[in-house]
Design a protein around this ligand. Structure first.
Ligand SMILES: C[S@@+](CC[C@H](N)C(=O)[O-])C[C@H]1O[C@@H](n2cnc3c(N)ncnc32)[C@H](O)[C@@H]1O
Length: 240
């Protein structure tokens, strides 16, 4: 898939019932346009939430998906995949990224949209939680909420307030350069693409309009000028 998908077709999911943050389908659509996956591939959707990214992956890229999540149960996602008519192609799995139930070198790709920053904070974690499950030559396609520039002064204070004083949450927002610094060079993999996503504003706007109470809180935060700092970082990493 490298054509632009008409996201109007997915409008029914742009609400608080399915969105868990900035519109993950816009983020995924842009990632796949920039790095198309091969139809027929076996993909792990790591941190798939309510499974809309898994639906999109199978419908638009023609891949088989292991829809893996911690907070949402496999039973809940199985019901959705059945209702959406994709249960032959999308397998729901309840698992923690710290302890995945998969065979090593099993996947052509690991996709992670708005979830990676919850479990990977350093290179060792990436090498433990993602890399082993990729075939040699397989790719990790990742979109992470992050920063355009590092936070200082009043902006840093406002940001800390937004994350409720949680230092771990605060630290999970990094610039693209910081992510490149963390993941860096390695004999086991190479970063083949890195960029800030273009759909940033639209993805957030959909979240503000979703009717979710956190969406309204986030809108107020943006109104304080924080959109000047926030970004979405896109990374594509290939296992050697
Ligand atoms: C903000 S939601 C995004 C969900 C989905 N990717 C989307 O964009 O709609 C983050 C997801 O990351 C998942 N997650 C957080 N920590 C995880 C872990 N250790 N292992 C697996 N999934 C995790 C949560 O279960 C949650 O569904």
């Amino acid at each position: 898939m490298n054509k632009k998908v008409n996201l109007e077709n997915y409008q029914e999911f742009f609400n608080k019932e399915y969105l868990m943050g900035p519109n993950s389908l816009r983020l995924l659509e842009e990632m796949l346009r920039k790095y198309p996956l091969t139809a027929g591939s076996r993909v792990m959707d790591l941190g798939c939430g309510r499974g809309i990214t898994s639906l999109f992956l199978t419908k638009e890229a023609g891949v088989t998906v292991f829809a893996t999540d911690l907070w949402i149960s496999a039973t809940e996602n199985a019901r959705s995949f059945e209702a959406w008519g994709v249960s032959d192609m999308v397998i729901p799995v309840h698992a923690d990224a710290n302890d995945l139930p998969y065979a090593e070198e099993y996947f052509d790709a690991v996709v992670s949209i708005d979830a990676f920053h919850y479990f990977v904070t350093c290179k060792e974690e990436f090498k433990k939680m993602v890399l082993p499950y990729l075939k040699k030559g397989g790719v990790a396609v990742i979109a992470i909420p992050g920063l355009k520039k590092e936070l200082t002064g009043k902006a840093a204070e406002a940001f800390m307030e937004w994350v409720g004083g949680d230092q771990k949450d605060y630290d999970s927002f990094k610039t693209r350069q910081q992510w490149l610094g963390i993941l860096g060079r390695d004999e086991g993999y190479e970063v083949v693409m890195d960029f800030d996503l273009d759909c940033f504003e639209e993805a957030w706007e959909d979240w503000f309009q979703s009717g979710h109470e956190y969406g309204s809180k986030d809108k107020e935060f943006f109104a304080r000028g924080m959109d000047e700092y926030l970004s979405f970082v896109g990374l594509v990493i290939r296992r050697k």
